[in-house]
Design a protein around this ligand. Structure first.
Ligand code: G1P
Length: 294
């Protein structure tokens, strides 16, 4: 079982300016909850017991969100707003939260390296804080990844999803040894290749299981053209060293919601709002009216 997760949330979120000027993109709401709450709920449902957030300046609201707010609870009690109090139930999660800062923005690989002491000698999960897996974070893919990690004695297991071939330039893309069921070996991977250079249309979907071996790989790779240390390059080095790198495909019908850019943020918000048990049906009517131009 994998018990520890590193959640990198240090990025500036520049693709979402001005919304992210003074607040983390991971705290933007999707329907009722901030994005990062879905991510944490998914991890907890998959057996994660401790989470390290790799943060940066202006990310303190993430820490506040997962902390108790006794004053707010008292005020809701005093005014008998018990239904609203239950909205704070997530504060009772028995997860242990840890926080560290990535002091310079040197890429995702460098952010993960900040978790080396936290991970210790055990395998761990990395979950990107701007990706929700499955509607309402219902995905079990992380559990499947942990099973494959153990069964295949892998050094790394990556969640992947199929993307339209013209979109490979937005993602890390894997080269499978041969496609066989939902889990297969990866022989190479490239960060954000042009469509004509992409070895497949299977994109890295923001969840990784690693053995601690990855930290040495991160230290050994060179930064890319923009000075960023890419985790994709560190995984590539694992492949070159003959270590077993596996990929697990998201099951059919299970989507990854990427909040890193406005079009997919808008789409995610609308899809989650439509699925809201209380307001979804009424919101659907509003949307239909708006789309009919009335
Ligand atoms: C990162 C990874 C990329 C992955 C993507 C998923 O890119 O580097 O390999 O496919 O997340 O969201 P970013 O979106 O941070 O540029």
């Amino acid at each position: 079982m994998i018990k520890s997760a590193i959640v990198p949330v240090a990025g500036h979120g520049t693709r979402l300016l001005p919304a992210t000027k003074s607040q983390p993109k991971e705290m933007l709401p999707v329907a009722r909850k901030p994005i990062v709450q879905y991510v944490v709920e998914e991890l907890v449902k998959n057996g994660i017991e401790q989470i390290l957030f790799v943060t940066g300046r202006s990310k303190t609201s993430i820490e506040n969100h997962f902390d108790h707010d006794p004053e707010l609870a008292r005020a809701l009690h005093a005014s008998n707003k018990h239904d609203l109090l239950s909205e704070l139930d997530f504060e009772e999660m028995r997860t242990h939260f840890f926080y560290t800062r990535q002091r310079l923005q040197k890429g995702l690989g460098d952010a993960i390296l900040c978790g080396e002491n936290f991970a210790g000698e055990d395998a761990f999960l990395v979950a990107l804080g701007d990706s929700i897996l499955g509607l309402n974070a219902s995905s079990r893919v992380v559990t499947r990844m942990a099973e494959i990690f153990e069964a295949k004695r892998a050094s790394c297991v990556i969640a992947v999803e199929e993307v339209p071939p013209e979109e490979t330039g937005h993602y890390g893309i894997v080269q499978p040894e041969h496609l066989d069921g939902d889990a297969f070996r990866v022989v190479d991977l490239i960060e954000k290749p042009a469509p004509e250079e992409a070895p497949s249309n299977l994109a890295i979907a923001g969840r990784y299981v690693f053995s601690p071996l990855i930290f040495d790989m991160i230290r050994r790779i060179q930064p890319d053209k923009r000075g960023e240390i890419q985790i994709t390059d560190a995984i590539r080095l694992l492949c070159e060293e003959g270590k077993r790198v596996m990929a697990v495909k998201l099951p059919p019908g299970e989507k990854r919601y990427d909040i890193g850019n406005f079009p997919s943020y808008f789409e995610t918000f609308v899809e989650f709002a439509l699925a809201d048990p209380v307001h979804g049906a009424a919101f659907r009517k509003v949307l239909e009216r708006l789309l009919a131009g009335q």
